[in-house]
Design a protein around this ligand. Structure first.
Ligand code: COA
Length: 183
């Protein structure tokens, strides 16, 4: 059992066969991380369309200070090569719920199962070590790749609001999904 406080303090890795997760520090605010956020393939369905290294450092610090949030880098297993980020936010240990979000930033590694594996590692940690029973997420319904990845992990749709998201002059639908422990 690794508590959230211990995971943040020790920054130990949560290991999977091909991906591992580690809590981010300000030194992880690299040029690559900054570049991913302005890559149209990555940010097409994200609210954030870019961030400087200074802004990323501030973002990492803010998330680390919040008791109900954990922001982790996704690394190739056994290496310090970071390829994206995954985050649990609004962790509520009374309601036993949290929200998950992911970005597989380095597109060389997209479509190889790393995003799915990274989410599975964090979901397993949330259900076993944090004692949560439900994980929720929000996704643009037209982000078919992400929706498919979430369905493969067992997430099911809980709601949809038509046309409420606007990126680059285009309107999209906002979809919510959930995954229950042992579902
Ligand atoms: C969505 C995202 C997390 C998927 O990560 P990934 O590592 O590329 O996905 P995986 O390789 O783990 O794929 C898992 C499943 O998702 C599906 N999938 C992933 N990307 C897909 C795409 N572009 N089109 C169709 N299906 C896709 C596949 O069905 C795959 O299953 P398969 O192995 O049986 O083919 C990643 O592409 C990403 O971060 N995108 C940009 C940021 C973003 O949109 N984040 C989500 C915001 S809600």
């Amino acid at each position: 059992m690794i508590s959230l406080e211990e995971l943040k303090r020790t920054r130990q890795k949560l290991e999977g066969p091909r991906a591992s997760l580690r809590v981010l520090g300000t030194e992880d605010a690299t040029e690559d991380y900054s570049r991913w956020l302005s890559d149209p393939e990555v940010n097409r369905f994200l609210a954030t369309k870019g961030a400087t290294i200074t802004e990323l450092k501030q973002y990492i610090t803010t998330k680390n200070q919040k008791d109900d949030c954990v922001l982790l880098g996704i690394f190739l297993a056994g290496t310090e090569t970071m390829v994206g980020t995954v985050k649990l936010e609004y962790i509520d240990t009374v309601a036993k719920t949290a929200d998950i979000a992911i970005m597989l930033g380095d597109r060389k590694y997209a479509g190889q199962g790393l995003g799915g594996e990274a989410m599975q590692i964090l979901i397993d940690y949330a259900f076993s070590d944090l004692g949560l029973s439900e994980i929720t997420l929000g996704v643009v319904a037209q982000n078919r790749g992400a929706v498919r990845a979430y369905e493969k992990l067992g997430f099911t749709e809980t709601g949809r609001k038509l046309g409420v998201v606007e990126y680059g002059g285009e309107r999209y639908d906002q979809m919510t999904m959930k995954l229950q422990k042992n579902s």
